[in-house]
Design a protein around this ligand. Sequence first.
Ligand SMILES: NC(=O)c1ccc[n+]([C@@H]2O[C@H](COP(=O)([O-])OP(=O)(O)OC[C@H]3O[C@@H](n4cnc5c(N)ncnc54)[C@H](O)[C@@H]3O)[C@@H](O)[C@H]2O)c1
Length: 442
Amino acid sequence: MQIGSGALAATTVAKTILQPHLLSAATRVAPSDTVRFASIGTGVRGCELLEATTHVPGVECVGVCDLYDTRHTAAREAVGKPTVTATREYRAILDRKDIDAVIIAVTDHQHRHIFEDACAAGKDVYCEKPMSHTVEDGFSMVETAHKNNRIIQIGSQRVSSVLYAKAKEIYDSGKLGEVFSINAYWDRNSPSGAWVYPIPPDASEKTIDWNTFLGDAPKHPFDPVRFFRWRCFKDYGEGLAGDLFVHLISGIHFITGANTVAQRAQSSGGLYHFKDGREFPDLIETLYDYPNFKVTLRCNLNNDGGEFIGFYGTQGTMIIKDTTLTYKPQDTRPEPEGYSVFGWPKELREQYLEEWHKEHPKPAALASKLDAEGESYANPPGYSDTVDHQANFFHAVRSRKPVTENEIFGNHAAIGCHLSNFAYFNQSVAVWDPAAKKIVKG
Ligand SMILES: NC(=O)c1ccc[n+]([C@@H]2O[C@H](COP(=O)([O-])OP(=O)(O)OC[C@H]3O[C@@H](n4cnc5c(N)ncnc54)[C@H](O)[C@@H]3O)[C@@H](O)[C@H]2O)c1
């Protein structure tokens, strides 16, 4: 379907509206193939994911788990099952033989042990991004997933987005030429964007299992700010890198196919506005060296720039901006030098031009309007890449074929976040040592 007409179409490339992924369409799944799953962690993202599963055919939520009792109710509402079993104990979920898969949407510092226990219990796992809280966690999780032969999907949902699939198609077609420079940002300008979430009035040690929340993290007296705004604290999250860089890195790895760890990273930034006791900056910029290109990333919580990834190639430029994608070719047909010959006398200049035109027959016209103007795409109205990401996971649970954003992919993307923070907090270049599987100072 194409939109764009009249005066607008004369100057703007018509936008093609993409279709949602086929797997999330209302295809029939035999009742015997229904995947029974439970969700561990039913906070903001856990509830979003539960709601998304209601649009995926052939799945049934049979349990929810969270340390905060009020979230049992929120989870039941999100999945539309007022009586689904709810518990604080994730092991009670893993012990159940009637559960095939689990969604893990707990705080980042709790990912590893729940993920590993789930794998050992024979469950397939959808684990939220960033996969790991530390580099060591990530490699241990990969090993456990492989040992137990599980289907794993990590939760950077853009990897299943129809917009990113189109971007990958354009990238793989070679139309961009060689791409040496990629630049991305995700900027927000609101207290919510900076994780200053309200504290619910019933939050207390009675309604929340605070000690289990802390887990292996250092002991602290009950602190609802730490519980609800955990992304601000190093013990539980990774700040902007773990929250948003991970999506950008996952998108770049997916589109370029460079599913690897950057060789080194340098970061700059600071805490300028949200001086509320948090341990992470509200502006961070990181430069990454990959073998074949450079990547610059930025997250700024002090300007509403939205979400952007730009791929700058020798033959064209491709931009993802929020829910749209554009490709603009560059006219690289040969042309005579027009600038530096101004420093030549007229006679020499004319001689040069005559020679040039003799050696270069008139270049062919561009093959089509698209070659000249480029292409533009958008998500369909109301599109959810989270639904497509869920559909891909549950399809893989049935087919046993691994997904794109598996444990290796998720681990690489998460290490990108750890490189950024390492460079920022150590004020040094962060170098990835692949043999030692460690980040070291450069
Ligand atoms: N893919 C995305 O776009 C996206 C968006 C938001 C969050 N996330 C990720 O989802 C995860 C959750 O984030 P959130 O915003 O929902 O946080 P949240 O604070 O709203 O919810 C986290 C929940 O995990 C629960 N929890 C922690 N440890 C637990 C345990 N041992 N057993 C059971 N429950 C436990 C807490 O009680 C809490 O309710 C994080 O990893 C985050 O990075 C991803």
